[in-house]
Ligand binder design. Structure first.
Ligand code: DQA
Length: 175
């Protein structure tokens, strides 16, 4: 096993939640020149294959409804170790998703299929980026796979603390 593989092994058995925001259920037929040819099911299959390879449990959820994404983030608090999220259009508008991320204090990787910084100006602003560990944008479906690898690395490198005793992000920051 490579040195990196040994490092990542510390994440074995841990759970990663992948969240897909609005309109991503249309992938495959939605602006394929921008978002690529793969359907959401095909992307999810690749994610499951990579999760099996890396030895992590994977949960995947898509919704077109902001509140359902907020609910799913809240529910993840005690059972998930990291979140990979493509908030889609809510990236640029959702204080509610941002607040939920801060409230649960889980490490979040923000991903986008397209390079949002090469597109319309309103897509350059993300309400999520500064409460995420990082952003992966512009690699098509590979953004999700890179996001999952990043989540595994973050879990492997975090001190093993019980999810129940984890404090939200805000409480850990100096005033
Ligand atoms: C997107 C980029 C967003 O600006 C857009 O609203 C989406 C998808 C992406 O994956 O490239 O729906 O998040």
């Amino acid at each position: 096993m490579s040195a990196r593989g040994v490092e990542d092994a510390r994440a074995r058995g841990k759970t990663v939640l992948v969240l897909h925001g609005p309109n991503l259920n249309l992938l495959g037929r939605r602006e394929p020149d921008v978002y690529g040819p793969l359907t959401l099911d095909q992307i999810n299959e690749r994610l499951h294959a990579l999760a099996a390879e890396l030895g992590v449990e994977l949960e995947i959820f898509q919704s077109n409804v902001e509140g359902e994404l907020v609910d799913r983030i809240q529910e993840a608090a005690d059972v998930t170790h990291a979140i990979v999220i493509n908030p889609a259009a809510y990236t640029h508008t959702s204080v509610a998703i941002r607040d939920a991320i801060v409230a649960v204090g889980l490490p979040v990787i923000e991903v986008h299929l397209s390079n949002v910084h090469r597109r319309e100006e309103f897509r350059h602003r993300s309400l999520i980026s500064d409460v995420a560990v990082g952003q992966i944008t512009g690699f098509g479906a590979d953004s999700y796979l890179l996001g999952l690898r990043a989540a595994v690395r973050v879990i492997a490198n975090s001190r093993s603390r019980s999810l129940k005793t984890r404090r939200p992000l805000k409480a850990r920051r100096p005033a």
